[in-house]
Ligand binder design. Sequence first.
Ligand SMILES: NC(=O)c1ccc[n+]([C@@H]2O[C@H](COP(=O)([O-])OP(=O)(O)OC[C@H]3O[C@@H](n4cnc5c(N)ncnc54)[C@H](OP(=O)(O)O)[C@@H]3O)[C@@H](O)[C@H]2O)c1
Length: 339
Amino acid sequence: MGAPVNRRVALARIPQGMPEPADFALVDEPVRSPGVGELLLRTVWLSMDPYQRNWMAGARNYGTAAALGATVIGRAVSEVIQSNDPRFVSGDIVCGETGWQTHPVASAEAVEPVDTSLAPISTALGVLGSPGLTAWVGMLDAGKPGRGETVVVSAAAGAVGAVAGQVARIMGARVVGVAGDPAKCRHVVDDLRFDACVSHRDPDLGAALARECPGGVDVYFDNTGGSVTDAVYRRLARDARIALCGLVAEYGAADARGHDLRSLLASQATLKAFSVRRNLYRMPEWRRQASAWIREGALVYREDVVQGIERAPEAFARMLSGRTLGKALVRVAEDPPRH
Ligand SMILES: NC(=O)c1ccc[n+]([C@@H]2O[C@H](COP(=O)([O-])OP(=O)(O)OC[C@H]3O[C@@H](n4cnc5c(N)ncnc54)[C@H](OP(=O)(O)O)[C@@H]3O)[C@@H](O)[C@H]2O)c1
C-alpha cells in the first residue's frame, strides 16, 4: 500500500458568475501527521453552502480570504482516524469547517462531536446543523410570526428555507413558499406542508404573490434578495417584518443593486438581518427541539446527494443554480458503521 493521500479541491481561478469546473483543481498530496492537540480526519460528508460563493468572490468574513491554490472552505462531517487530543478517540464522528478535502488535520478545538444517536450523521450539516439553526433563530428572533399571519419564505425548498417555513407553520402562521420550478413547489406544499408555493420563474410573480397573499405579507424570510425580494416588498402588509437571512441571488453578481426602500417606508416595515454565527450557543437547544419535531413528524427534511469529492464543484453549481432539492451534500466516503 502506498502512503495515504489527501485529495483536496483547490480554487484555481476566481469564478465569474456561476462557478465552472475550470475554476477548481484537484490536488493529491501526502496526508499530514497530526501534532499535539490535533486530529487526523476522514471526511464522510461535505456541505454545499451559498456562503462559499461569497468567499470565492473575496468576502473576508469567513476566517481566511480566498487565495488561488487554497482549499475551498466548507463544513464537513468526518470520522476521527487518529487523535492527539484527550477529548476524542479514533472512530468518533465530528463536524467542523475542514474544507473540501478527504483527510484534513484539524485542531480538536475547531471541531464538535456529532451525536450519532439523534439522526443520520449527514443531518449535522443540514436540519440538525447550521442551516436548521439559521432558520429557527431567524424565524423566532426576526420574523416573529403570529398565529394566522402570512409568512413568505424564498428559496423555500432549500436547506434553510424548508426549515424556516416549517417552523412558521408550527408557530401557527400561514406559509407561502417561493421556489424555482413546479416540482419544487409540489414538494414544498405536499411534503413540507406549506399552504402554497409560487415559482420565481412565473412571468408574473407579483400576481402570483397577490393571489396567495391577499392580505399582504406579514413576515418575509428572505434567503435570496434579487427579483424575488423586489416582488415581495411590493406586497408587504403594514408593520411587516423582514428576516434578512441571505442574498444568494446576488452573491458574485456584478450587477447586484439595492431594493426599493419606499415599499418598506409605505408598510412601516422592520428589517432585521441576522447571523447564525452569533447564535451557535443555541445549537443544543435547536437539536433537542428539531429532533423531537422530526420524531413527531412535524418537521421533515430532504437531502440532495452527489457522490465523490471530485464532483464537489459540480454539486456546488447545482445548488447555486437551483438544481438541488433540499440540503445539498457531497458524499466523500461511506458512513462508518453505527457504534
Ligand atoms: N444569515 C445566516 O447566518 C445564514 C446562514 C446560512 C445560510 N444563509 C443564507 O441562506 C440562504 C439559503 O441558503 P441554503 O444553504 O438554504 O441554500 P439552498 O436554499 O439550499 O440553495 C440555494 C437556492 O437558492 C435558490 N436561488 C439561487 N439563485 C436564485 C435566484 N437568482 N433567485 C431566486 N432563488 C435563487 C435556488 O433554489 P430555487 O430552485 O428555488 O431557485 C437554490 O437552490 C442563502 O442566501 C445563504 O447565504 C444565511
